[in-house]
Design a protein around this ligand. Structure first.
Ligand SMILES: [Zn+2]
Length: 274
C-alpha cells in the first residue's frame, strides 16, 4: 500500500495539472470502491465542480472542491494519472474513476484490483475523517515530544504504534521498518517503554527517512507508480525492508524477519536494534 512519500509524490505530480480546473464529465466503472456515497451522488457532485486544492492527508490524496472533498485512498494497485489523450483499451479496463477536465485532459483513478476506496465528504464528514487520523510526521508541529504524546501511551509494540493511523499519519510497513532500524530500536518493544532519547532518535530518523523518500519519489517495491506513471527510486535506499537474510549494512549480521508483531513482515537486526 502506498505510504506517505508515495501519496505525497502522486499529489505533487497531479496538483499543478488539475488546480483550478473544472470537471465537465465524470464516469465511474465500478461502485465497489465507494464508501458512504452512491454513484449518482458522487457523479452529480463531481460534474461542474472546480478543483480548489489538492493535498495529502496520511496515505490519502484529497481533492478539495470547496464544499465537498473527494478522498482517494489508493490500495495496493491504485494510481492517479493525468491523460492527454483518450484511454486505450488496457487503460480503460482498469480506470475506475474518469473525470474529464475543462482543458480536455482526463484525471483517472486506476485500480487493477480495486482495493482502494473513494470517499465523498461534506464539511462534517471531513471533520470526522480528519479527527480520526493522528498528526502528520512532516509537520513542523510534530516534535519528538508530540510524537511521544501521540504514540507513546500504548503498551503495543512500537512498530504497531507507528503504523496505527490514529496515532501517527502516513507510516506503513516499509517506513516503520526503516525508521526503527535507523533509530536502533527493537520493533517489538512496548511503545510506552521507550526512553526520551529513543523517542528523539526515532522522531529524527522517521522524519529524515520520510523526507528522503519524498525526494526519491517514493518506493516502488511492486505496483506503486508516481502521478506521471513512473517508478519511484527510494526502494534502492531501503536498508532493511525486503532484505531479510541479507547482511546488516552496519554490522554484517544476517537480518531477521518475523510476522509475529503484526502479521506483516518485520525485518530487523538482532545486534543493532535493542
Ligand atoms: Zn546490525
Amino acid at each position: 500500500m502506498p505510504e506517505l512519500p508515495e501519496v505525497e509524490t502522486i499529489v505533487r505530480d497531479v496538483r499543478p495539472k488539475v488546480l483550478g480546473r473544472t470537471i465537465v464529465r465524470a464516469e465511474l466503472s465500478h461502485t465497489d470502491v465507494l464508501r458512504g456515497v452512491t454513484r449518482p451522488t458522487l457523479l452529480r457532485g463531481l460534474t461542474g465542480a472546480r478543483v480548489a486544492d489538492v493535498f495529502r492527508r496520511a496515505k490519502h490524496a484529497v481533492f478539495d472542491f470547496g464544499e465537498r472533498r473527494l478522498v482517494v485512498q489508493p490500495g495496493m494497485t491504485g494510481a492517479l494519472l493525468i491523460h492527454r489523450k483518450p484511454l486505450d483499451e488496457d487503460e480503460l479496463r482498469y480506470a475506475v474513476l474518469r473525470a474529464t477536465l475543462d482543458d480536455g485532459r482526463l484525471l483517472v483513478y486506476r485500480d487493477v484490483r480495486r482495493l482502494g476506496t473513494l470517499l465523498w465528504l461534506d464539511p462534517r464528514g471531513w471533520a470526522r475523517y480528519d479527527a480520526a487520523i493522528g498528526p502528520e510526521p512532516l509537520d513542523r508541529a510534530f516534535t519528538a515530544e508530540a510524537m511521544r504524546a501521540a504514540a507513546g501511551r500504548t503498551r503495543q509494540a512500537i512498530k504497531k504504534a507507528l503504523m496505527d493511523q490514529r496515532l501517527v499519519a502516513g507510516v506503513g510497513n516499509i517506513y516503520a521498518n526503516e525508521a526503527l532500524f535507523a533509530a536502533g530500536i527493537d520493533p517489538s518493544r512496548p511503545a510506552d517503554q521507550l526512553t526520551p532519547e529513543e523517542w528523539g532518535a526515532l522522531h529524527r530518523e522517521l522524519r529524515r527517512i520520510l523526507d528522503a523518500a519524498v525526494t526519491g519519489r517514493g518506493s516502488t517495491v511492486r505496483d506503486y507508480r508516481t502521478g506521471t506513471g513512473a517508478k519511484g527510486k527510494f526502494q534502492l535506499s531501503l536498508l532493511v525492508y525486503g532484505r531479510e537474510g541479507e547482511p546488516c549494512v552496519r554490522c554484517g549480521t544476517h537480518l531477521a524477519g518475523t510476522h509475529a508483531i503484526d502479521a506483516r513482515i518485520t525485518v530487523f537486526c538482532h545486534r543493532c536494534q535493542a
